[in-house]
Design a protein around this ligand. Structure first.
Ligand code: KE4
Length: 437
């Protein structure tokens, strides 16, 4: 059957009549890679199916939540039972306590946790908390790290590395951006210099410990320890944004994998099992500032709603039932990356492959990638050729060079073999494209 997206093209045009850009989140629009995005009709296990009848092996997994694979029968059964009891009450339930208990057991640095409805809400709330606790205003973030779309973090570096931020989107007031300082990830000297100059004014550093929003970049040995030491020295809080890495790179997140204890952590994605959930938590003495325990206000109509809690509990229960869950899913990810890298080398492409547990990334660059500047040296045009060649062969990758890939427990050896095979044909297309340049 030839690959086609005719129905998707019509659906995309219709969607644009009612929704900005036809999507409810920009990356889904394929603007980064060009072409029409498939419109997904259903998903099961490691596969998704679009309205044109195409089937794909899925390595996006809803951008991380679907670590068990789509529509896991036991998760779906629990959700069906939960729906029989209603969908939302706006009142306390035992479910919230159960998921909170599981999260605090999985991540010891989280002594208290508050559920919200998205990663953005989690990082937005945790910044307010950090500022209230430290009575300081400045926040440090890292170029290429993404923490959701609220004003304080839609900020890019000002003219100099340690100057105050400038808005990274219209609508973000200078007055807000000016309190956010952006430095390069993996740059110990830059962060040290910033703290020497402004450390007493910094409320918190928020970091993706394993960044997945500039492609997958890894912390250099000792880097996260140095970030932890600097924040402790200057009385700033260390916030790990583990919305993507939490329960993904390890059950206890990147903080378990790298043995770092942050003061506060943000979570999302996996803990919602595909339903809208975010969370922030950490040291009891800090979290007890959150209303109604303390004066820092934060609220949400659907926070901790019974369906999302049910999906999260079921997901974490299934993950913990298999003592080898992370070993197996990590091994599958390694096999995939090794296989694709071998295909790349057959065409003389010395591309960069990164892996963190069941997250993986590939940069179309023959130079090491360790921060946003080096990530941007990748050949995005070559990536786009590869991306579409894979899509047409039924392999659904993140539609951007600056995103990560996600393995699930549902992916089979057959899926991995098919993906590696398709990569060989896709790299051939890339080689042909580059030869014409
Ligand atoms: P949400 O508000 O999208 O639930 O979470 C924001 C967020 C916060 N922190 C990290 C580390 C994240 O990765 C995210 C969201 N990740 C993107 C993937 N690049 C979600 C995909 C999208 O924006 O549609």
């Amino acid at each position: 059957m030839t690959f086609k997206l005719d129905k998707a093209a019509q659906a995309f045009a219709e969607a644009k009549r009612y929704i900005p850009g036809g999507v409810n989140s920009p990356v889904r629009s394929f603007r980064g890679v060009g072409g029409t995005p498939p419109f997904i009709a259903r998903a099961n296990g490691s596969h998704i199916f679009d309205i044109d009848g195409n089937e794909y092996i899925d390595y996006v997994g809803s951008w991380g939540p679907m670590i068990l694979g789509h529509a896991h029968p036991e998760v779906m059964a629990e959700l069906r039972n939960a729906m029989e009891r209603g969908t939302s009450y706006g009142a306390p339930t035992l479910l919230e306590t159960e998921l909170a208990r599981m999260v605090t057991q999985a991540i010891p640095s989280i002594q208290l946790v508050r559920f919200v409805n998205s990663g953005t809400e989690a990082t937005m709330s945790v910044l307010r908390l950090a500022r209230a606790y430290t009575k300081r205003n400045k926040i440090v973030k890292f170029a290429g790290c993404y923490h959701g779309h609220h004003d304080s973090l839609l900020v890019k570096a000002g003219s100099g590395a340690t100057t105050l931020g400038v808005p990274d989107s219209p609508g973000v007031p200078e007055s807000i951006a000016t309190n956010t300082i952006t430095v390069e990830y993996n740059d110990v000297d830059g962060l040290t210099k910033l703290f020497e100059q402004q450390g007493q004014e910094i409320a918190a550093v928020i970091i993706e410990p394993v960044p997945g929003n500039m492609g997958l970049v890894l912390p250099q040995p000792g880097y996260l320890d140095k970030v932890r030491a600097l924040t402790e020295t200057y009385g700033a809080l260390l916030i790990f944004d583990e919305v993507m890495s939490g329960f993904r790179v390890a059950y206890g997140g990147a903080q378990e994998a790298y043995n770092i204890t942050p003061d506060l952590t943000c979570l999302g994605k996996v803990i919602g099992g595909g339903l809208p959930v975010g969370a922030y938590g950490g040291r009891r003495d800090i979290m007890e500032l959150i209303a109604p325990a303390g004066p820092v206000y934060q609220a949400g109509t659907l926070s901790g709603n019974p369906l999302a809690m049910t999906a999260g509990i079921a997901t974490l229960q299934l993950v913990t039932q298999d003592a080898d869950f992370y070993e197996k899913i990590t091994a599958k990810t390694t096999a995939l990356c090794d296989g694709i890298q071998a295909k790349a080398k057959e065409f003389g492409f010395n591309y960069q492959f990164h892996q963190a547990g069941s997250m993986f990334g590939m940069f179309f660059s023959d130079k090491p990638v360790y921060d946003y500047e080096s990530a941007k040296l990748s050949n995005a045009a070559a990536f786009n050729v590869y991306f579409h060649a894979m899509l047409e062969q039924g392999i659904y990758l993140a539609p951007s060079q600056f995103e990560a890939g996600f393995m699930s427990a549902a992916h089979t050896q057959e899926d991995i073999n098919a993906t590696i095979y398709a990569s060989g044909k896709a790299f051939k297309k890339v080689a042909e494209y580059l030869a014409k340049k």
